[in-house]
Design a protein around this ligand. Sequence first.
Ligand SMILES: NC(=O)c1ccc[n+]([C@@H]2O[C@H](COP(=O)([O-])OP(=O)(O)OC[C@H]3O[C@@H](n4cnc5c(N)ncnc54)[C@H](O)[C@@H]3O)[C@@H](O)[C@H]2O)c1
Length: 340
Amino acid sequence: MSNTSANRNPAGDSAGQQVVVTGGAGFIGSHLTERLLADGWRVVVIDDLSTGSLANLAAVANHPGLEIICSKLSTCARLGEIGAGSAFIFHLAAAVGVELILKEPLAAIQTNLRETEAILEAASRSGTPLLLTSTSEVYGKSPKLWLEETDDLIIGQPHLSRWAYSCSKLMDEFLAFAHARTRHLPVTVVRLFNTAGPRQTGRHGMVLPRFVAAALEGQPIRIFGDGTQTRCFCHVADTVEALLRLQRLPAARGEIFNIGGDEELSMSALAERVVATLSSKSVIQYIPYQDAYPAGFEEMPRRRPSTAKLERITGFRPGRRLGEIIVDVAEWLRPGRGAG
Ligand SMILES: NC(=O)c1ccc[n+]([C@@H]2O[C@H](COP(=O)([O-])OP(=O)(O)OC[C@H]3O[C@@H](n4cnc5c(N)ncnc54)[C@H](O)[C@@H]3O)[C@@H](O)[C@H]2O)c1
């Protein structure tokens, strides 16, 4: 461990200290970066802009506390130095989502393994505490109504690329805990459930921006499957609040936490809410899975987080309801606004 770690403030007070946000030009990372800067941190964003964009950081582009490094983590020559000079690392960079993995299975798996290994190696050398963003996808086919951090995980077969996202992110979790055990790295793992808000793109199949964009254009809202599958959505600002509370808590090190919304609703109900909230004329269409995905695609009928552990240790509960998420996404997607 380098002597820089001795100077770290475990309570997570900013006081002009430096933090790293990998994937900081992405959807969640850019909101996290803005909030950290507002709280007085200096922030180093490392992002290869593969799915992220500098436009996401436009509001803080000239902030004196922000440094942006456009690079993969694995090829960033300054990774070790930056990790050692930082009080905390938020690791969000990843090939995100099942659709991206279906399109580019090999590159996406390699990204999720290699890039995480690179940042864990750098963090372990300096002993810099790291928070890894994993995903609810790791719960796989679990039939449980409330998914809890201590549950066993039920993943599908390896010849179905669909499961490669879950498995690569799960392997990231194993890597993080192996670094914790063998190299005493303070790690926190969070499993994010559906997160939504401004700057999330529908390009890789994310459902809420897809539905909202269709509703704004009066185009059909396309639901894959019969629409009975349920999800819970969390506003990105709430997700960021939960991440920051965990950063501040030494008791969160070595632990896994679900972060997600508490309003469960079916995809049919979501489409209806989007249409009603935006007074849209869109009709709702149902597309059979076999027409939307490769043969053998498996979908989870429901995915609902237990956030009892998170609430117990941080006091966090999501504050923003679904209607607010829909309005915020629509505001961002409207022509002439952020999404352009
Ligand atoms: N959005 C969600 O609902 C959700 C749900 C579960 C988990 N997550 C996790 O949250 C994190 C952030 O996801 P997001 O929704 O903001 O996605 P995103 O695609 O907007 O963000 C990922 C960022 O990582 C960057 N990146 C990708 N590969 C990189 C590399 N090799 N080196 C440097 N940067 C790289 C991308 O350019 C992008 O800016 C991811 O780890 C993802 O797995 C998100």
